[in-house]
Design a protein around this ligand. Sequence first.
Ligand code: HXC
Length: 520
Amino acid sequence: MQIEEIEHMNEHNRLDDMRATALQGGGQAQIDKQHSKGKKTARERIETLLDTDTFHETDMFVTHRAVGLGMEKSHPLTDGVVTGWGKVDGRIVYVYAQDFTIYGGSLGKEHGLKIARLMDLAYQNGAPVIGLNDSGGARIQEGVDSLAAYGEIFLRNTRSSGVIPQISVILGPCAGGAVYSPAITDFIFMVENYAYMFITGPEVVKAVTHEDVDFETLGGESIHRARSGVAHFTGPDEDAVLGQVRLLLSYLPSNNLAPAPYVPPQDSPTRETTELEDVVPDEPNKSYDVHDVINLLMDSDSFLEVQPDYAQNIVVGFARLDGYPVGIIANQPDILAGVLDINSSDKAARFIRFCDSYHIPLVTLVDTPGFLPGVEQEHGGVIRHGAKLIYAYAEATVPKVSIILRKAYGGAYIVMSSKHLQGDLNFAWPNAEIAVMGPEGAVQIVFRKELANGNAAEIKAEKTRQYRQEFANPYVAASLGYLDDVIYPRESRQKLIAALESLRNKRQATPPRKHGNIPL
Ligand code: HXC
């Protein structure tokens, strides 16, 4: 039934009929089409995301006002986006879900302004916004009005950044403006098989660049999960993805002034982490998986990794220590020996800035040989990208605690939450090596002449031993006050918990300025 027909019904039935019509979206045939692709409808998605029976809809009766191209003939209620608020684990969230059954979820003026009004409510009331996106982008029939509405959303995305968490879930094809709003938000989720994100679709690509590419290869889940770094979380189906959204929210405060949720821990704060004594090999060139360190240190089963398949030489994510959320940044010796490079710097810097915005303490686990040398990195702007990581750590005023597990060489030592960038508490394990560079490289440079003129192998072995003894250990840094303590692996969990407890009320003022100028 169309709104035009309902208008002529008697008042008694009018509200019921209008509600029933709105709930039908673009009609049963369109709903069936959506289901036949394995997709849920907008309303089913909201139901899956929220606590049972907590959704309150806003703007159900809004319709478009466009004329031309046949638009005046039909005015579907909701205008293709379901908006409202509800609860996740008992906490208020604002949610919008684009309805692909109405004009392909495309964004016209009223559709866009509905989202903008919802974002205003969320901003004023200090609650997260979750956008469930399934949209053909700007509604072609509404022309510049559609573009204007996108502008209203981008403006609010930017204004809300660092004030309320913003989460975007991509559950269908998203093109043009439909990807730029998510890109400004804090976290992007994508479902496998039918979620796509691109600025322009395969047909436009073909026309402009003559490249033949399909949807999946251009902007499918696997591309944005592992190649572009656009997506932070992905899942095999909508239930899994929406479940992950709920899980992520369990670590996040509702706004920048609220505390992150405390969950009474199942794990003991005094548990010794003796297994850690065997995880990190003594040999500096042997790899290991830093996930093992994270999982042993944090409350059991509490680690939620962000961007697990992108720039895997650094691991970032949320976890809990004695029930309190923390953000983890850890070099990953298993991948490229844990070097810092362009993508890992970008990934970690953005994560650090998120945590800093929402006062989630940073725990940094350091084991890196430094920045990756090479033409590709230099030409790709590793200077500019690496600078983001320095900037993010230096700028962060949340509690910052670090443990140097093994290697911390050169620039990477300074970058990774060091005392010099206002790390609050810095620890190292006894086997840590903190120096300008590793023993092999240092000996090669400092003793070049001796190596050339004598028994190179013998001299190298002796000088390396000497260097390790004098420089590549944690005690030089500890003697200078650059480390607060050298600790055993087994006492590390207890130490982290105690450290963060001591820093819980940290508030650090920053100089008055409009904003800094992070190297982008
Ligand atoms: C109006 C649209 C639409 C749009 C889809 N539809 N996109 N209507 N404006 N942008 C309509 C279709 O006409 C169709 O209506 C219905 O939605 C379903 O679309 P289909 O094409 O049948 O579905 P599917 O085959 O699944 O393909 C989905 C799609 C494709 C990949 C999204 O429709 C598509 O390529 N759309 C255009 C994408 C695009 O280029 N958007 C503009 C981006 S520019 P009927 O009545 O037949 O059911 C932009 C500018 C902002 O967004 C930039 C800001 C930075």
